[in-house]
Design a protein around this ligand. Structure first.
Ligand SMILES: [Zn+2]
Ligand SMILES: [Zn+2]
Length: 217
């Protein structure tokens, strides 16, 4: 069991179980609205912006080996559609349940655990520290699980046109004929040539003039 830096009771995601007490069966309901921590979601895909309100409903239950925390988190997640790249918002609701064990209840906890699972369980086990627990890692996992890995603006988002990048949902009749593609390619080539000419022409002015100046010197 390795304890990290001591928990800070001023951290809004650190909860105090002293009021709940250690009598098994004791219950406490804790509603709380907190600011979303940094990187709260699936990085680069969708998440709750830092500082946005996260509504928590917690139910703390005193059990033999610790405090069983059951809860729901609600917040608004922001991201972008993986198909058409439009920004999107999604109401997030994440349920979670976690047991925070008393550090001194270690042995009692083991009696009920399957013997083979001990090593794994110990690594994953979370502990109360001076009656406090940090909900952040639990919440973070629950939120990531509740968010879509491939968010879309609408179930049937047709994405972007592979040829011109237009957003197809905005323009259902959008299409390119085969001839159009070739024409578009030619058109593109023509544009490039025109651009090239322009570049040369604009480059012509100072270019040779500079050279001439240099030659004169
Ligand atoms: Zn989309
Ligand atoms: Zn197109």
């Amino acid at each position: 069991m390795t304890l990290n830096a001591r928990l800070d009771h001023r951290n809004p995601l650190v909860f105090d179980t002293h009021e709940l007490g250690r009598r098994p069966g004791a219950l406490q309901r804790l509603p709380r609205t907190v600011d979303a921590p940094k990187d709260f979601g699936v990085k680069g895909v969708i998440g709750v912006p830092e500082g946005a309100p996260v509504e928590l409903e917690l139910r703390l239950e005193s059990v033999m080996e610790g405090v069983l925390v059951t809860g729901t988190a609600r917040a608004k997640a922001e991201g972008e559609c993986v198909r058409c790249l439009e920004p999107l918002e999604q109401q997030l609701e994440a349920d979670f349940q976690e047991l925070f064990s008393y550090p001194d209840a270690d042995d009692r906890g083991r009696v009920t655990a399957e013997p083979g699972d001990d090593a794994e369980d110990d690594e994953d086990r979370l502990f109360l520290e001076d009656g406090l627990f940090d909900l952040e890692p639990v919440l973070r996992d629950a939120v990531v699980l509740a968010l879509p890995m491939q968010p879309v603006c609408q179930e049937d988002c047709p994405g972007l046109c592979s040829q011109c990048g237009a957003r197809l949902a905005d323009d259902p009749d959008h299409h390119h004929d085969a001839v159009d593609i070739r024409w578009a390619a030619l058109q593109g080539l023509a544009d490039t040539m025109k651009d090239g000419e322009k570049d040369e022409m604009s480059g012509d002015g100072p270019g040779p003039a500079n050279a001439a100046e240099k030659q004169e010197k």
